[in-house]
Design a protein. Structure first.
Length: 319
């Protein structure tokens, strides 16, 4: 009997010890989380925007700080910036302009926290009833955005005509539609543009260069422009990135549409000569017409590397 009582007493003591250790552990973790969460997010302003700007993927940092309809929030831990979200209020929607988490901090709940904080902040505007977002999913790297937004309750719709393809320089030049019919005398590389022609790209519609195109990154010998009387009539602007050449801007006036083939052939020929076929061409598509054209030109040689989605999520009403 005494042995049984001793065993029972021992079990009770062991349980008490385990419970005590568990309670202490949870208390410590709770204090750590509370301490961490004191600086888990903060609103962007002109004092801290530089810390987040590199993560924002081309979003106008000044607008995030000073446009009253735009705001941003970031994750900071021990002075380390590791996540951000930027949102613009448009009508009754909170449009997500950018959302980024440093790779080493993904799948820790930080992006969800940013989304919750941003929804609470945007929800203070009574006219806003939910989020909208447009994003691309990298089919090669699997960046997880589609799965994340679905997990957070977004309803997603694929945009089939907004996508990105890759193809080799040899494939591009091997298209039966792309052939040399005699170089158009009006074609110039970026390096050959006059001072006035370059200035026109900065200030004269309809060829006002988008803000996301950084002049210092343009490949000067492979980017081609159709010109006439120092006016730009069409172009293909290419930026070198590691092992690829990315087409960042391509445009042609309707009356010069046929010259687009000459522009693409000239760019492909120059790239093949300069890089000896060692780089892939990355071709983003933003319209149904452009999608039809590149599929006609290159068909099954195109490799789709990104898909585009539009998503919406309605905020839950407080009961």
């Amino acid at each position: 009997m005494e042995i049984i009582l001793s065993v029972i007493l021992g079990i009770i003591v062991l349980v008490v010890i385990v419970l005590t250790i568990t309670t202490v552990f949870l208390t410590i973790k709770l204090k750590e989380y509370k301490k961490k969460s004191e600086k888990i997010w903060e609103k962007f302003d002109n004092e801290n925007i530089e810390q987040f700007e590199a993560m924002m993927g081309g979003v106008n940092a000044a607008a995030v700080c000073f446009d009253r309809n735009t705001f941003g929030m970031g994750l900071i831990q021990e002075n380390e910036v590791y996540g951000e979200i930027a949102v613009q209020i448009k009508g009754n929607a909170a449009v997500i302009l950018s959302l980024y988490m440093a790779p080493e901090h993904r799948r820790e709940g930080g992006a969800t926290l940013l989304l919750l904080e941003a929804s609470a902040y945007a929800g203070m505007n009574e006219t806003v009833d939910g989020f909208t977002v447009e994003f691309t999913e990298d089919l090669q790297a699997d960046n997880g955005l589609k799965a994340f937004f679905e997990y957070c309750g977004f309803e997603l719709t694929e945009n089939p005509d907004i996508t990105t393809y890759s193809l080799t320089l040899e494939t591009l030049m091997g298209s039966p539609y792309l052939k040399e019919d005699g170089a158009d005398y009006r074609l110039k590389t970026y390096a050959q543009l006059s001072h006035n022609e370059k200035n026109s790209l900065m200030q004269e519609p309809p060829f006002y260069m988008p803000m996301y195109v950084q002049e210092n990154l343009i490949e000067p010998d492979v980017s081609f422009f159709l010109t006439e009387n120092e006016r730009i009539l069409g172009c293909i602007v290419i930026v070198p990135e590691k092992d690829v050449l990315s087409v960042v801007w391509m445009k042609i006036l309707p009356e010069n549409y046929r010259a687009l083939i000459d522009i693409m052939w000239s760019a492909g020929r120059a790239a093949l000569d300069k890089y000896e076929g060692k780089k892939q061409i990355i071709l983003p598509i933003i319209s149904r017409e452009a999608n039809r054209l590149v599929n006609k030109l290159f068909g099954n040689s195109l490799v789709r590397i990104e898909k585009s989605y539009t998503g919406t999520m309605v905020f839950e009403e407080d009961e």
